[in-house]
Design a protein. Structure first.
Length: 86
């Protein structure tokens, strides 16, 4: 159970990394109000606003490679875990 959980988490993270390789920016289909624009939060780390006041996620270039490497190492760790009962 633990092996499959680590492996699936590694696949998920690695696939997000591959997605960031193919995508330059992600535009969220949420219209922001003026109150939301003035409220600071951690989601504003990699987001900006376009001319329609919609959030745009611009992942940095290093994010894709970092996510793919973290996912790959997690998958390798899952394969290297000892099997239960051996």
């Amino acid at each position: 159970m633990l092996r499959s959980s680590f492996f699936s988490a590694g696949v998920f993270v690695a696939l997000w990394g591959m997605t960031f390789l193919a995508v330059d920016e992600i535009v969220l289909n949420v219209q922001e109000t003026q109150e939301d624009l003035n409220r600071p939060n951690f989601r504003g780390l990699f987001t900006t606003l376009n001319e329609d006041n919609k959030r745009v996620i611009n992942p940095p270039d290093w994010a894709a490679f970092s996510l793919m490497s973290i996912g790959s190492v997690t998958m390798l760790y899952a394969v290297a875990l000892p099997k239960k009962g051996h």
